[in-house]
Write a protein that binds this ligand. Structure first.
Ligand code: NDP
Length: 508
């Protein structure tokens, strides 16, 4: 096609790659752990919202499985309570696609019954043997459930049908268990059938990082060590551990946030442009970033890592309890709830540029963002006129609460004297009123159904990230024995004192 530059510049309409009808085939979605929090809060509301917007195939069945003794009606009632009233008139139609079978995870007899039930449901809804198995159980059960799916013959052998398995994070609790889980999954599924979800990657603003970087000319030439002073990746939470204390006290912030979301944000910020926006080329570029990360050196841990645990404090004017007083937390726990890491990507583009990754619970506000801090101008011709230095440019990619891209730059204040002040160019996602907004879970479920793995973890990256984090986790183990390595911080503050020399540059 001839490239008419004038036409291109006049384009105001979005340029889209549409989903075709043929990419959305009939299927049965089998959710293990369907009586749990994730199913009620995320999976079913996302499927219902897709259904309301014609985003599900018309021949679809959703089968919840867990130990709890529901029947179809009870399950439908529970799921109804969990969904939003919007589109209420479509609920009964949606509910007719919902089924439930109680299961005991280690019982071959129960899995055999499930196989027969799935065959019947497949016939009833004409789903053509296509299956999506969704692991929404506690992670310790993933290997067992995957094994039983295979051994009991649940995987359909109908001609031209597909079977996929969706695994929620965490993917193991260290390198060894991640490899073990993968080996079990690979007994019955190939890599292209395994969808390791990181729903962070499906947030619009996170997906947009690649569009911003690689669909524009103006940012990429500056996106390197010559112009960037440092990068900050911040995922702050205001909440404490809530109902997840049992899991969190074992995992801590490094496993809960760094092994997955934080390192994915780093890879999107640091990666090279893939030659095509297709799953394996994108994932090839990500693994190169992970491989280029400078190994964490425990002899300089004090300069590159701050770990903390929240104590009681004030959030929004209310007193909140400390981590050790939370229900289900071991009263002597040394689990970190805050981490600040300074990491380096040792390649041509990023040599010596620090990436500060910060995540913690009970911080003053919930906020997720990536900060690209540019260098100061090489020479300030205003220096002799001004009594202090002017701030360098900053590009902020906000994921939460504002879905926003903001570029800060210097302008002249109107008036007779020479005054400079920062101004912003800002773009907010909500400004695109006509765009259909997909919640992150809707996007990942849709991608699982069409078989697009671009937003999902590939096992080589999972393992590389565990390798990178292993010495950090070892350092963290020292917290258990040594005073001084786990820093207390009051709830409602931006983490321990030891992190403040960096935090004051990263949060406004
Ligand atoms: P839940 O703790 O709510 O557990 C899900 C279901 O698993 C429960 O309803 C229960 O069903 C069953 N279950 C719980 N404990 C056991 C056990 N010891 N043995 C056998 N079955 C058990 O988990 P979530 O729904 O919160 O999360 C599911 C998965 O998704 C987890 O791996 C979690 O890490 C991951 N995840 C969750 C997120 C969330 O927001 N909740 C976010 C991101 C990931 P029953 O008793 O009926 O068998």
């Amino acid at each position: 096609m001839e490239n008419n530059k004038n036409d291109t510049q006049a384009t105001k309409e979005p340029v889209c790659a549409e989903l075709t009808d043929s990419s959305l085939t009939p299927c049965t979605i089998v959710i293990f752990g369907a009586s749990g929090d994730l199913t009620a809060r995320k999976i079913i509301p996302a499927l219902f919202h897709l259904f309301c917007n014609n985003g599900l195939p018309s021949q679809v069945a959703i089968v919840g499985c867990a130990r709890t003794a529901f029947d179809d009606q009870k399950f439908r009632g529970k799921m109804h309570e969990a969904t939003q009233p919007e589109c209420a008139q479509k609920w009964d139609e949606f509910a007719s696609h919902l089924h439930y079978r109680s299961i005991t995870y280690d019982s071959m007899e129960k899995f055999t019954e499930l196989r027969i039930a799935l065959q019947e449901i497949d016939r009833q809804h004409q789903t053509g043997g296509n299956q999506l198995f969704y692991m929404a159980t506690p992670p310790t059960l993933y290997p067992l459930v995957a094994d039983m799916i295979g051994k009991a013959g649940l995987i359909s052998d109908q001609n031209n049908s597909w079977s996929r398995i969706v695994v929620e994070k965490p993917f193991g609790s260290d390198l060894k268990t991640a490899k073990e889980l993968d080996a079990t999954l690979h007994n019955y599924f190939t890599e292209h059938q395994i969808f390791r979800i990181d729903h962070y990657l499906a947030k619009e603003t996170v997906q947009n990082i690649l569009m911003l970087r690689f669909a524009n000319t103006i940012f990429e030439p500056l996106w390197n060590r010559n112009y960037i002073e440092y990068v900050g990746i911040i995922a702050a939470e205001k909440l404490g551990v809530e109902h997840r204390a049992g899991y969190y006290d074992q995992a801590g912030v490094l496993r809960d946030m760094f092994q997955n979301h934080m390192l994915q944000l780093l890879s999107l910020t640091a990666m090279e442009a893939p030659s095509l926006f297709v799953a394996d080329r994108v994932r090839d570029e990500k693994i190169k970033v992970f491989r280029s990360q400078k190994p964490f050196d425990r002899s300089t841990a004090g300069e590159n890592l701050v770990l903390g645990q929240y104590q009681s404090g004030m959030i929004d004017g209310d007193k909140v309890i400390g981590y050790l007083d939370e229900p289900d937390v071991n009263e002597a726990s040394r689990t970190p709830t805050f981490a600040m890491m300074r990491v380096f990507v040792d390649n041509w583009r990023w040599r010596h540029v620090p990436f500060y990754m910060v995540s913690g619970k009970r911080l003053p506000r919930k906020e997720t963002k990536i900060v690209i801090q540019f260098k100061e101008v090489p020479h300030s011709m205003f220096a002799h006129l001004l009594d202090k230095r002017i701030d360098a440019n900053r590009l902020t990619l906000s994921v939460y609460p504002n879905e926003e891209i903001k570029l800060t730059f210097q302008t002249k204040t109107p008036g007779p004297s020479i005054c400079l002040e920062p101004a912003n160019l800002a773009f907010q996602y909500q400004q695109q009123e006509n765009a259909p907004l997909l919640d992150a879970y809707e996007k990942v479920l849709l991608d699982c159904m069409v078989g697009d793995q671009t937003l999902f973890w590939r096992q080589d990256s999972v393992e590389q990230c565990w390798k990178f984090l292993t010495p950090v986790l070892d350092e963290c183990k020292i917290c258990e024995g040594e005073a001084g390595t786990l820093h207390p911080y009051a709830a409602g503050t931006w983490g321990p004192e030891a992190a403040q020399k960096w935090m004051r540059f990263l949060v406004d």
